[in-house]
Design a binder for this molecule. Structure first.
Ligand SMILES: NC(=O)c1ccc[n+]([C@@H]2O[C@H](COP(=O)([O-])OP(=O)(O)OC[C@H]3O[C@@H](n4cnc5c(N)ncnc54)[C@H](O)[C@@H]3O)[C@@H](O)[C@H]2O)c1
Ligand SMILES: O=C(O)C(=O)C[C@@H](O)[C@H](O)[C@H](O)COP(=O)(O)O
Ligand SMILES: [Zn+2]
Length: 360
């Protein structure tokens, strides 16, 4: 097991990653001050069926444990589930010294984290991620639920006490979820620069290559990129926004298609290609979009649904948290590894997006 320290302005915490990480759970809880009074596991159907019992057996008998299970999928990151979790927590008698365990992928991490951020004005939580994508979502403290009009619109910054990344849990992930998670890995490589990107191009030909040491390497590199950025800017005043590369259009697509109709990583992959096309348009230079497209084609990422409407997507992009005064702001790439958040004109977005949707 490897321990990666995550340092943010408001809190430092450990991320334990490896094939035996879950065995550290009770020690992590024992080490917390004030003493933990009860544990509330929030999970979802697929993951709970597979791993809830195993997690429970790694908790000490002396502390009461409760659990609440929501349906699997993005649609569960809803205000309704948030409210149900709060009700369950109150009915179970959780107090300010209780701790929430988020057992699942990014959906559960975001939902359970937001419950923790707001229950009795904030209690502690631990991330127990079960997806590849969660190397991104479990680190950095962004927690939220979706609104039908916009992704992650209702949320907070709330850092966990620890992240326990038990890699055997990933063994049951379906292929489309490996691909989704790998979308955020590719994003981290584009933020990081040539070395990580060419390593991925050389070493990961198929998603099956993500095993053992290669998986650990990919996760550690991705987590490092994220951790370095959140260490500099916890609350997205400046550089943290770079982690949103591909998300301005990606989130608009997720929300426009209906939450759960496309995976987050697939939407981000499409959004990154668009962000590079916009970058070429704005900076007037070749940014090697075909390199990204070739990488995505290797893993069968989808292209944008041609029935989507550019105007409707742009309305959604204007509700993105980076936008203000009804103007779209996107993360553009000046060069590999060099990002910039930039205001983009409606006419430019419309022109590039329209051709992008047509597949031209
Ligand atoms: N907070 C952040 O910084 C941040 C960063 C990136 C993404 N996100 C959010 O994360 C969410 C996406 O996360 P995700 O891709 O992990 O989705 P997810 O949590 O919905 O998991 C994806 C699917 O895999 C299944 N699953 C999860 N773990 C499994 C396992 N071990 N074995 C078998 N099946 C398993 C789930 O049931 C689900 O159907 C989005 O809502 C996105 O907005 C947040
Ligand atoms: O941690 C961040 O900051 C990110 O932007 C990471 C993203 O991958 C993630 O999807 C995040 O939830 C998006 O944040 P949002 O502020 O655009 O909702
Ligand atoms: Zn993301």
């Amino acid at each position: 097991m490897v321990e990666v320290p995550i340092k943010t302005a408001s809190k430092e915490y450990p991320l334990f990653i490896g094939n035996d990480a879950i065995y550290s759970l009770s020690d992590v809880i024992d080490g917390l001050t004030p003493r933990v009074s009860s544990v509330f596991i929030i999970s979802e159907e697929t993951v709970a069926e597979l791993y809830l019992e195993e997690v429970r057996t790694n908790l000490q008998d002396s502390i009461p444990v409760y659990h609440y299970v929501v349906p699997s999928g993005e649609a569960s990151k809803s205000f309704e589930n948030y409210y149900e979790c709060q009700t369950f927590a109150l009915q179970s008698g959780l107090d300010r010294n209780s701790i929430i365990l988020a057992l699942g992928g990014g959906v559960i991490g975001d939902l359970a984290g937001f419950v923790a951020a707001t229950y009795m004005r904030g209690i502690r939580f631990i991330q127990v991620p079960t997806t590849l994508l969660a190397h991104d979502s479990a680190v950095g403290g962004k927690v939220a639920v979706n609104h039908p009009l916009g992704k992650n619109i209702i949320g907070a910054f709330h850092q966990p006490e620890a992240v326990i990344y038990h890699l055997p849990f990933l063994a049951t992930l379906p292929v489309e979820e490996w691909r989704s998670g790998y979308g955020e890995v590719i994003k981290h490589a584009y933020l990081s620069g040539e070395e990580f990107l060419s390593w991925l191009e050389k070493e990961v030909s198929t998603l099956d290559d993500l095993k053992d040491e290669k998986l650990l390497h990919v996760l550690k590199e991705g987590i490092n990129v994220k951790a370095q950025i959140v260490a500099k800017d916890e609350k997205e005043s400046n550089v943290r926004a770079f982690l949103n590369f591909g998300h301005t259009l990606g989130h608009a697509i997720e929300s426009e298609l209906g939450y759960g109709k496309i995976t987050h990583g697939d939407a981000v992959a499409i959004g990154m290609v668009f962000a590079l096309r916009m970058s070429e348009h704005v900076y007037g230079k070749d940014l090697n979009v075909s390199r990204l497209q070739a990488l995505l084609e290797r893993f069968d990422y989808p292209t944008i649904d041609c029935s989507l409407d550019a105007h409707r997507l742009m309305e959604k992009m204007k509700k993105d948290k980076k936008s203000y005064e009804h103007t779209i702001h996107m993360v553009l790439m000046k060069e590999l590894g060099q990002m910039e958040v930039r205001k983009v004109n409606d006419e430019d977005v419309l022109r590039v997006l329209t051709t992008f949707i047509k597949g031209e």
